[in-house]
Design a protein around this ligand. Sequence first.
Ligand code: XMP
Length: 512
Amino acid sequence: TVLVVDFGAQYAQLIARRVRECHVYSEIVPSTMPVSEMLAKKPKAIILSGGPASVYAEGAPSVPEGLFETGVPTLGICYGFQAMAQALGGRVARTGVAEYGGTELKVLHEGVLFAGLPAVQSVWMSHGDSVVEPPPGFTISAATEATPVAAMEDPRRGLYGVQFHPEVIHSEHGKAVLKHFLDAAGCRPTWTMLNIVEDAVEAVREQIGDGRAICGLSGGVDSAVAAAIVHRAIGDRLTCVFVDHGLLRKGEAEQVERDFVAATGVKLRVVDASDRFLKALAGVRDPEEKRKIIGREFIRVFEDEARAIRATAGGPVDFLVQGTLYPDVVESGHGTGTANIKSHHNVGGLPEDLKFTLVEPLRTLFKDEVRRAGEELGLPPAIVWRQPFPGPGLAIRIVGEVTRERLDLLREADAIAREELSRAGLDRDIWQCPVVLLADVRSVGVQGDGRTYGHPVVLRPVTSEDAMTADWARVPYDVLSRISTRITNELPEINRVVLDVTSKPPGTIEWE
Ligand code: XMP
């Protein structure tokens, strides 16, 4: 294990991903974690992430007490680098020269980090303070025009630091630098997809023993892969439940029944619970309230199903399988003390009186890793490469109250958008494209000879690597135009189609 100590940076996630891409397992831990707890995880290496703070700022997060005395090889990045320099007797100063973005780096000493790499390379910088003097024992290995110490190392003690961000793709040889550090720390590249899947199956087998589990399938890749892992572990003692909460997209239920069952042979129950969900959502407009209600109803339906299965299966069902991913864990504030942005129903919105023990075989994985696991498990591309769809479904894509009529309308608009994007061959370029109905907004239009007073829908096509950050997708105008024309022609209640050109941050992908 490589521990990525999070000083409050979005970058911590990226660092963890890059380390995993080197086939070494990595995990993010908060900078407030005591060193004894870190050591209990038996880390082979530690990476200190960047962070928004200046080492001089009041309340700036400090390096956990005793970290540099553990003998565990450590790499400091950006803030982590400065904190390391300061803690070990170097000098950090506000030089008055900030560097943001692409910068030219000159390698002064190849050493461990830059072995065999070009003497001049482009790196990504984002800092105000600079290390002006390395601590005793360190060699300066690189500099930039504005930063005299842009990288340093003391291989004897296994300590390394870089001012730039090797984890971002704009740092030309960043991944090689990370790899050199991992190699020097003795991390073997053993974390492969096959091992991951086998370990996950084994862990589930151990957790569930000879018990029974149910799994809510959403039709998305996460729950499908989670179910496939559990099915491999416990076979027919797993029952999958597909809850049609009435908030699904067109053709979704049919696709799950057809593709997933065919590929895995799992036992599947399809429950039509739309009345129940719509009743619970009546009159509700607040996004968080919607999410909590949907999360709660989901679990209630599961509990009912579990009782029904128990009655026929001859034993209790104690386990609930969830396709929770690593970013869900971190984003819902359960990870490293980051803010709770939204209650993702599969983490934050669970009721307190939950009667199941959760089984979450994907809890440590990022989305692209889940997709690779799905391929390893032999799931069909239609499932593995399906674009993400949120558990609360279309309910969080109707801004305003959720009603059956509005759902039907949005379902049709969404189907048109998806059809045209697929036809244009854009499925794999686009991470996902929510279609959002602004149900409480009306605008005047003209159609035929008459005035219309209809609703707008928003197209929200985004590109992303892991949904933590996203950019709006540059969908060709003619594709947008076809979508717009078809939606307004085929759905008279919608008289306007608008495009969301906001990145994440500041916008989230979904509107609610
Ligand atoms: P946001 O809107 O937070 O979405 O940028 C990030 C990704 O997560 C999906 N999403 C959810 N998935 N349950 C889920 O299973 C949820 O409650 C939920 N909310 C958002 C969203 O579609 C995007 O891919």
